[in-house]
Design a protein around this ligand. Structure first.
Ligand code: NAD
Length: 257
């Protein structure tokens, strides 16, 4: 599978799943635009290192995905966007009657509205190029719910719904739009929580993984960022040309329960 000649923009990609997806797209030969809201030397070094490792063009563009104007500017500055991966996301957990309004607004903006803004600017570029792929990184929480995650669950269900609308609006064109719904994925952030949770509940790290984190994941294994990246590359392949407006779960059986 070669994505040579394609440009991929991955929002929120200086760590975690976004970085894993960006690396798999680069491995497949795509030029990549990395993004986050910071503008550190480390961000630009990440891009330079990835370019060297995979022999492709990699740029880092700062843009805050909580702001519609910056989302739109990201795609405009990229200049081309054959593959758009809407990945940026944050989480906050609280009962709905105590949920801070600013956290609700930030989660809806970063996890959902950024996908609207980026897609709106990217689609005309895809149409001009005669090919396009929109891949939205939703969640098992785009299909099911958990208590205390009102904003996250609402945003992820919204992203799944928007993926269907974009698919219908582009159905007759060589453009597809789908949502990947990961269960628990082992990212540096998740890994860092394991020892803290273990000491908080007086559990071993293995117990935290199996009984707390992966309680709802029947495989009792984390998905990996490479697997989410590989699923994204598959959605960009010719084999996936007629896959549009749907969800692909990478959740170890979570949504089969
Ligand atoms: P992460 O915290 O490791 O990465 C999030 C990325 O988004 C980072 O690069 C961060 O810099 C960026 N980001 C945050 N706020 C931003 C902003 N305002 N503007 C631009 N970038 C911003 O988290 P992750 O686990 O890799 O999550 C990535 C996506 O995958 C999210 O949408 C998340 O909801 C989804 N997801 C994660 C899991 C999981 O278990 N880790 C499961 C299902 C879905």
């Amino acid at each position: 599978m070669s994505l040579k000649g394609k440009t991929a923009v991955v929002t929120g990609s200086n760590s975690g799943i976004g970085l894993g997806v960006a690396r798999e797209l680069a491995r497949a030969g795509a030029s990549v635009v990395l993004n986050s809201f910071t503008d550190n030397d480390d961000d630009h070094k990440l891009a330079a290192d990835m370019a060297r490792e995979f022999g492709v063009d990699v740029r880092y563009i700062k843009a805050d995905m909580s702001r519609g104007d910056e989302c739109r500017a990201l795609i405009e500055t990229a200049g081309a966007c054959d593959i758009l991966v809407n990945n940026a996301g944050i989480q906050y957990v609280a009962p709905i009657d105590e949920f801070p309004v600013e956290k609700w607004d930030a989660i809806i903006a970063i996890n959902m509205s950024s996908a609207f803004h980026c897609t709106a600017v990217a689609l005309p570029m895809m149409r001009k190029a005669g090919w396009g792929r929109v891949v939205n990184i939703a969640s098992a929480h785009g299909l099911t719910a958990s208590p205390y995650k009102s904003a996250y669950v609402a945003a992820k269900h919204g992203v799944v719904g928007m993926s269907k609308v974009v698919a219908l609006e582009t159905a007759k064109e060589p453009i597809t739009c789908n949502a990947i719904c990961p269960g628990y994925v082992k990212t540096p952030l998740v890994e860092a929580q394991i020892p803290d949770t273990a000491s908080k509940y007086d559990m071993t790290e293995e117990e935290v993984i199996e009984k707390v984190m992966l309680e709802r994941q029947p495989s009792k294994q984390f998905a990996t960022v490479e697997q989410i990246g590989g699923t994204t590359v598959f959605l960009c392949s010719d084999a996936a040309e007629q896959i549009t407006g749907t969800t692909i779960s990478v959740d170890g059986g979570w949504t089969a329960l």
